[in-house]
Design a protein around this ligand. Structure first.
Ligand SMILES: [Zn+2]
Length: 85
């Protein structure tokens, strides 16, 4: 998946409330890859580091480091453009 494709996907997921707003988590967990699917790109996180922002509803979110970065950027872009979330 290219970064552009990923960016589109993340934006769509944010707009349809299938990804949480990036600024609402209160803790960011980072650990070894679990092999479970990434919440952004739906691909298994099979190597390297896995990011897991934790929210007060304790839902388990998992991201590739790259997906996590795109998620944060797109969340910022959406709030800058005034799109309601
Ligand atoms: Zn991913």
């Amino acid at each position: 998946m290219t970064v552009d494709t990923l960016r589109h996907r993340v934006r769509h997921l944010l707009l349809t409330d299938r990804l949480p707003p990036a600024d609402s988590h209160f803790r960011l967990r980072a650990g070894p890859a679990s092999g479970l699917r990434c919440c952004c790109c739906d691909q298994p996180i099979s190597a390297g580091t896995e990011y897991g922002p934790e929210f007060r509803d304790s839902r388990g979110w998992r991201f590739h480091p790259q997906c996590h970065a795109v998620w944060k950027e797109e969340r910022f872009n959406l709030s800058e453009s005034g799109t309601p979330t």
